[in-house]
Ligand binder design. Structure first.
Ligand code: AOF
Ligand code: ZN
Length: 408
């Protein structure tokens, strides 16, 4: 394939632009586009927000600010341009009308509505198209999108906060937080990426969380509770504010049959009860992922507690982990022992693409799960990424939300 360092430089610039959309475009992929003519960038664009115009359209629009004509240019696009009428018209129409000489595409969009169709259309219109420049980086930036599109299962992120000695909570429930405020606000941003947030019933009983996303104008993820014995209190915040965001209580089939009055009361609160096959009291979470996939939930954030975290890891369903460690040893003052729950794991779990960041005195450690994600994500792990690109991923795709320039 004919390409050079200049090409790579422009594609990396497009990837950097794309990364700005992480946290506001989901469940769409983050896409960037750079238009170059006579060794000059004449247009830049990225998909800013779900439902808004695509990267290519924004870049073509941007050419107008320089009064530049994209005819004869080279367009660098991080994902195959769409050729379908979605919430916006097909990008291929706009590209063909703009008459670039060449289009460089980092990765094919595996969605059924794309999958090479966009590239074919451009070629048929006489535009030279090259595919595969910085493909690995492009696939990593949108790893959740690629996993979902190829497996129909959501990308699973585990998030928790703990003391140095592995306690996720204080025994005294009047002391609510283990991590500091900066960590908590960073963790909150993770919710912007996801279509679902899951906790276990013990977390609901102990913390009574609302699990909503602020600001409220944002997409509100489905709030999911694993509750094998249907113990959720009718007075819990979750069941009292079902109008703010949908709620799904997941339980075993037998429990649902046995507790039909509770189910009716939950339904009356406008929350859903999902009955799954269960064995020894535990629902088959693998089947839950299939169901969430059918509902087009592309990313799931699992927020604990320890037992739930351990079950996702035991079932090898986790793609990404984000842990906040607070510099305290809670000893007997601590509860919700993560280390103890994880002692049941029979195999060690390692992380790739590790990122470490400090929030006050707390430390956030995040990364992609090795092997587990290799098996289930369809993406290749690549620890030796291009330095510049690693920076983008570290900031944008690993455990944090939108950049300064998302335009919302
Ligand atoms: C592009 N450029 O910037 C993005 C693309 O409903 P819509 O119209 O927003 O279309 C969403 C689909 O388009 C999404 O599932 C993915 O296949 C593709 N995303 N395509 O040409 C972009 N974000
Ligand atoms: Zn498009």
């Amino acid at each position: 394939m004919m390409m050079n360092n200049q090409d790579e430089k422009y594609m990396l610039a497009a990837l950097k632009l794309a990364a700005r959309g992480v946290g506001s475009v989901e469940p769409n992929p983050a896409v960037g586009c750079v238009i170059v003519k006579s060794v000059q960038i004449i247009g830049k664009g990225w998909h800013r927000k779900f439902g808004e115009s695509h990267a290519e359209i924004n870049a073509l629009e941007d050419c107008k600010t320089l009064a530049a004509d994209p005819a004869g240019s080279t367009m660098y696009i991080t994902l195959e341009p769409c050729s379908h009428q979605g919430q916006t018209p097909p990008c291929t129409d706009a590209i063909i009308a703009a008459r670039p000489a060449k289009v460089m595409v980092a990765a094919i969009d595996p969605s059924p509505h794309a999958n090479g169709k966009g590239i074919e259309l451009l070629r048929r219109a006489g535009i030279e198209v090259q595919v595969g420049l910085c493909e690995r980086e492009a696939r990593q930036l949108n790893a959740p999108f690629f996993k979902f599109t190829t497996t129909r299962k959501p990308w699973v992120i585990l998030k928790w906060a703990q003391s140095i000695d592995g306690k996720a909570a204080y025994a005294d429930t009047t002391q609510r937080w283990v991590s500091n405020e900066l960590s908590r606000s960073d963790a909150h941003k993770l919710r912007h990426r996801v279509g679902g947030i899951l906790v276990g019933i013990n977390t609901v009983l102990a913390d009574d969380p609302s699990l909503t996303v602020r600001p409220r104008t944002r997409r509100q993820p489905l709030r999911i509770v694993l509750d094998s014995r249907l113990r959720i209190p009718m007075r819990s915040k979750l069941l009292r504010n079902t109008k703010k965001a949908p709620v799904m209580i997941v339980s075993g089939r037998q429990a649902v049959e046995e507790h039909s009055t509770t189910v009716a009361r939950i339904n009356k609160k406008d929350a859903e009860v999902l009955a799954l096959p269960a064995y020894s009291g535990h629902c088959e979470i693998n089947l839950l992922l299939d169901e969430l996939g059918r509902r087009r939930i592309t990313q799931l954030l699992v927020e604990g507690g320890p037992k739930v975290i351990a079950s996702f890891l035991k079932e090898r369903l986790v793609n990404e982990i984000c842990v906040y460690v607070t510099p305290k040893l809670l000893g007997a003052e601590g509860a919700a022992d993560i280390t103890e729950a994880l002692a049941e794991l029979t195999e060690a779990v390692g992380l790739d693409n590790v990122n470490i960041k400090q929030f006050g005195n707390d430390v956030r450690l995040s990364g992609l799960v090795k092997q587990q994600s290799r098996e289930t994500s369809g993406i290749e792990q690549q620890p030796q990424l291009e330095n510049e690109f690693r920076g983008i991923l570290d900031e944008k795709n690993r455990g944090i939300g939108p950049a300064e320039h998302t335009g919302n």
